[in-house]
Write a protein that binds this ligand. Structure first.
Ligand code: UP6
Length: 275
């Protein structure tokens, strides 16, 4: 699976959104997802416009915004069209299906209405996926235009997402490709389906972290986040798409930083699939 090109994995994918992601990544030649962990909508839109040409996915946390509005969503969708990227709301749903369904399609954010992709914890079991599907069946969004990523393994220090939980989370993703396009994880171990896209956060170059290096590959942010280099996550951990947040948002020029991360990640991918 890891040696296979994104184009041929798209052919084998049984989920429409995962095929769409894999084709987009292949044609735009970028496996970079930028995490917009900012609290102001103008700043998020400015970032989306700056990094848009270099990314495949723009990842939001809209519940961290102080001034969320419908207008913001429309402007973000416009930028997604102009620059050709997908929008992922990193909501990390984690409740029973009925509650998750309300959080997805109702409330002030109405995520189902605008986010191409969302993230979901595996902890409630398959009912959470059914809840999200049920929400879409009763909304104006097409089921085939939406998908989720299962958070199987977290990047944070001493995470509990290990052992049998991790294997069960991957199994959940593999058995629910009707709505699951990918897996958020730190390694490809146990993932066999060619269509599932591995999204790996905790990525930062040593130089963009002001010398806070702890050892060759793994560094931290003081609040439990652990970082690996772009090369390492693609070649050693099996990342298809790498999530970079502060490595780009805190750079002097987010657009130059995004271009650099895109180039480093793409070079590593080409090395991975080279025969
Ligand atoms: N994220 C992680 N680790 C996970 C899952 N998700 O860091 O296991 C998300 C965070 C944040 C981004 O919610 O939005 O990825 C990482 O940002 P950073 O590069 O600034 O650390």
């Amino acid at each position: 699976r890891l040696k296979t090109t994104f184009e041929s994995r798209a052919e084998k994918s049984s989920n429409a959104m995962s095929a769409k992601i894999l084709r987009l990544v292949a044609s735009k030649r970028t496996t970079l997802c930028v995490a917009a962990d900012l609290s102001n909508t103008d700043k998020v839109l400015e970032l989306a416009n700056a990094v848009g040409p270099y990314i495949c996915i723009f990842k939001t946390h809209v519940d961290a915004l102080e001034d969320f509005s419908k207008k913001f969503v429309q402007e973000l969708q416009q930028l997604a069209k102009v620059h050709n990227f997908l929008i992922m709301e990193d909501r990390k749903f984690g409740d029973i299906g009925h509650t998750a369904s309300l959080q997805y399609g109702a409330g002030c954010f109405n995520i189902a209405d605008w986010a191409d992709l969302v993230t979901v914890h595996a902890i409630p079991g398959p009912g959470i996926i059914d809840g999200l599907i049920n929400c879409l069946e009763n909304s104006k969004s097409q089921l085939s235009d939406r998908a989720c990523f299962i958070v199987a393994e977290m990047s944070s220090k001493d995470t509990l997402t290990t052992g049998s939980y991790l294997s069960a989370a991957i199994k959940l993703a593999e058995t629910r490709e009707d709505f699951v396009a990918g897996i958020v994880s730190q390694s490809a171990t146990g993932i066999s389906s060619p269509g599932l896209v591995q999204l790996t956060p905790g990525v930062r170059t040593i130089s963009s972290q002001n010398g806070k290096e702890r050892n060759g590959t793994s560094r931290e942010d003081g609040l439990g986040q652990q970082y690996n280099s772009p090369d390492h996550v693609v070649l050693e951990r099996g990342a298809d798409i790498a999530v970079v947040g502060r490595g780009i948002t805190e750079a002097d020029s987010p657009s130059d930083a995004a271009k650099l991360y895109r180039d480093l990640l793409w070079k590593a991918y080409e090395e991975r699939v080279a025969v």
